[in-house]
Design a binder for this molecule. Sequence first.
Ligand code: ZN
Length: 77
Amino acid sequence: MPLYEYECKSCGTRFEQLISDRRAKVRCKACGDPRVVRVLSTFAVISPAAEASSQAEPGPCGVCGAPQRRMCETAER
Ligand SMILES: [Zn+2]
């Protein structure tokens, strides 16, 4: 279930919303205004280029701490 960040056009409140249904209307959690826009949080902004460069980058795995990346991914299979 994707978690999106929204900003209210009416009062400027930012909030996160789990979207279980794409057709569901998202309303501001503070004032209830439906005029909200989705903002790209840092979590969501992962471009294919950035992802590729981080994988090519040498260094310990951020997940398991192994000296080489992706070792934990292969070990789980
Ligand atoms: Zn609002």
